[in-house]
Design a protein around this ligand. Structure first.
Ligand code: FDA
Length: 403
C-alpha cells in the first residue's frame, strides 16, 4: 500500500494547480489521471492559445445555485495572482477583448507552467492510471477518516482526497462523470448538470427561413433565463445551419432552460422605432437598402422576407404599421431554442456538486472530512472569457491552503 498525504484525482487545470500548491506547502502529493495526455482541455482552450484568466473577474461573472459560494476563493486567489505567476514564468500574453488574457504563442505554455510548478512541489504523477474505487476508513481514535483508493497501479492511502475530474463536456478527450459519482457515493446532492457555453439549435421547420444566413455575424443584445437567473449580454451572435452560436449565444446558453425564450435586439443601442420613422421622413432609399445600412445585407433581406415586406419599396411609401412591427421585431426578436448542441460542443458544465455541502473556504466536503471538490465538477460556472480557468486556479488554491 502506497501512503501519501494527499491524492488529487484529475490532472487538468484545477488538479495540477492544487497539487503544485499543496506540494509546495510540504504535503506529499500523488496526482492521478486516467487520460493518456496531460491537460487536454487546457491545450484546446482559447483556440489553442488558452484564455487563462480574465483581468476583471468578479463573483458576478459566475453562476451557481448559491452565487455567494465562489466569493471567498476568488478573493483569496485573484486573476492578478495568476497573471503574476504567468509573468514569473516569462510567458508573453495579450488582452483580446474585455479583460480576456491569452498566451501569445500557445496554450502548451500554461501546461508547461503547471508542470514546472508541480515539479517544484515534488508532486508524483500517475498517468494514465484509472481509479477503480475510493473508500473512507474510520480508524479507532482518529478524528478524520483515511481514504483508500484502488487504482490500476495498486492501492493508495491518503488523509485527503481532492476530486478535480472536471465536467462532462468533450467526452472524447477524457471527460467523465467520476466526480459526480463520488459526490453521490458520499451523499452529496447534485445540481442537475447541463451543457453550458454551448451553441443553441432550433426545430428544422422553424429554422428554415434562417438557414441561408449561416455565417452571418453581428453584435446583439441577448437576454436569457428567468427570475434571478436572468442575464443580459452585448456580444456578437453567429447564425449557423442549425441555429445560433457566437459569444452572445454561448453566454446566454448558460442561463437558458429548456422551454424558455431568448430575446435578441439587433444593433444594440439603436432605437429602431425612431430610426425607421426618421428614415421614412428623410430617406429616399428603398426599405432593403435602408435596413442594410444598419444590418448585414443578408440579414436585412431575410428579415424583410420573413415579415412579408417588399425590399424595393421606397421608404416614404412604407406604411406606419408594418414599419412599427419591423422595428419591434428588430428590438425584441423572441425565439425558443429546441435544445443545445450538447456535451460534444459545450465548453463547460453548469450544475454539478451542490455547494451547500462544501465549505467555501477549503472546498472540503461537510459530509466526508478530508474529501475536497474543486474546479468544474462543483456547481460554479463562469462566463465565457477566462473565468472558468480562474475558478479552477482559485478553487485549487483555496483547497491547497487547507490540505
Ligand atoms: P479539466 O477538464 O481541466 O480536468 C479534468 C481532468 O480529470 C482531466 O485531465 C481528465 O482526464 C481527468 N479525469 C476525468 N475523469 C477521470 C477519471 N475517471 N479518473 C481520472 N481522471 C479523470 N475556460 C477558460 O477559462 N478559458 C478558455 O479559453 C477555455 N476554452 C475552452 C475551450 C474548450 C473547447 C473547452 C471544452 C473548454 C474551455 N474552457 C475554457 C473551460 C475550461 O477548459 C474548464 O472549465 C477547465 O479546464 C476546468 O478545469 P478542471 O480542472 O475542473 O477540469
Amino acid at each position: 500500500m502506497k501512503r501519501v498525504d494527499v491524492v488529487v484525482i484529475g490532472a487538468g487545470a484545477a488538479g495540477l494547480f492544487c497539487a503544485a500548491q499543496a506540494g509546495q506547502r510540504g504535503a506529499r502529493v500523488l496526482l492521478i489521471d486516467h487520460a493518456d495526455k496531460i491537460a487536454e482541455k487546457i491545450r484546446i482552450s482559447g483556440g489553442g492559445r488558452c484564455n487563462f484568466t480574465n483581468r476583471d473577474a468578479t463573483p458576478a461573472n459566475f453562476h451557481s445555485r448559491n452565487p455567494h459560494f465562489c466569493r471567498s476563493a476568488l478573493a483569496r486567489y485573484t486573476s492578478q495572482d495568476f497573471i503574476a505567476l504567468v509573468q514569473r514564468h516569462r510567458i508573453a500574453f495579450h488582452e483580446k477583448h474585455r479583460g480576456q488574457l491569452f498566451c501569445d504563442d500557445s496554450s502548451q505554455q500554461i501546461i508547461d507552467l503547471l508542470m514546472r510548478e508541480c515539479e517544484d512541489g515534488n508532486v508524483e504523477r500517475w498517468q494514465p492510471c484509472a481509479v477503480r474505487a475510493l473508500r473512507a476508513r474510520e480508524g479507532a481514535g482518529e478524528r478524520a477518516p483515511r481514504y483508500e483508493i484502488d487504482t490500476d497501479r495498486g492501492p493508495v492511502e491518503a488523509r485527503s482526497v481532492v476530486i478535480a475530474t472536471g465536467g462532462l463536456p468533450v467526452p472524447k478527450i477524457g471527460a467523465t462523470d467520476f466526480g459526480l459519482r463520488i459526490a453521490k457515493q458520499f451523499g452529496h446532492p447534485l445540481v442537475e448538470p447541463r451543457p453550458a457555453l454551448v451553441p443553441l439549435v432550433f426545430d428544422a421547420a422553424e429554422w428554415a427561413p434562417f438557414v441561408a444566413l449561416a455565417g452571418v455575424s453581428l453584435e446583439v443584445e441577448i437576454s436569457s433565463g428567468s427570475g434571478k437567473q436572468r442575464a443580459r449580454f452585448v456580444e456578437d451572435l453567429l447564425f449557423t445551419h442549425r441555429g445560433l452560436s457566437g459569444p452572445a449565444v454561448l453566454q446566454a446558453s448558460s442561463y437558458w432552460q429548456p422551454g424558455e425564450t431568448l430575446q435578441i435586439a439587433f444593433a444594440p443601442g439603436t432605437d429602431w422605432c425612431q430610426t425607421l420613422s426618421r428614415a421614412k421622413a428623410t430617406s429616399r432609399r428603398q426599405l432593403g437598402n435602408e435596413l442594410a445600412t444598419h444590418l448585414p445585407q443578408r440579414l436585412a433581406q431575410a428579415w424583410l422576407a420573413r415579415g412579408g415586406l417588399p425590399e424595393d419599396k421606397p421608404m416614404p411609401e412604407v406604411a406606419d404599421k408594418p414599419l412599427r412591427q419591423l422595428a419591434e421585431s428588430l428590438s425584441a426578436w423572441r425565439i425558443a431554442p429546441a435544445g443545445t448542441e450538447g456535451w460534444k460542443k459545450a465548453e463547460v458544465m453548469a450544475g454539478g456538486v451542490d455547494t451547500r455541502e462544501i465549505d467555501s473556504k477549503t472546498m472540503e466536503s461537510r459530509r466526508a472530512p478530508g474529501l475536497h471538490f474543486i474546479g468544474e465538477v462543483v456547481d460554479v460556472t463562469g462566463w465565457l472569457g477566462g473565468y472558468n480557468f480562474q475558478w479552477a486556479w482559485a478553487s485549487g488554491y483555496a483547497c491547497a491552503e487547507a490540505l
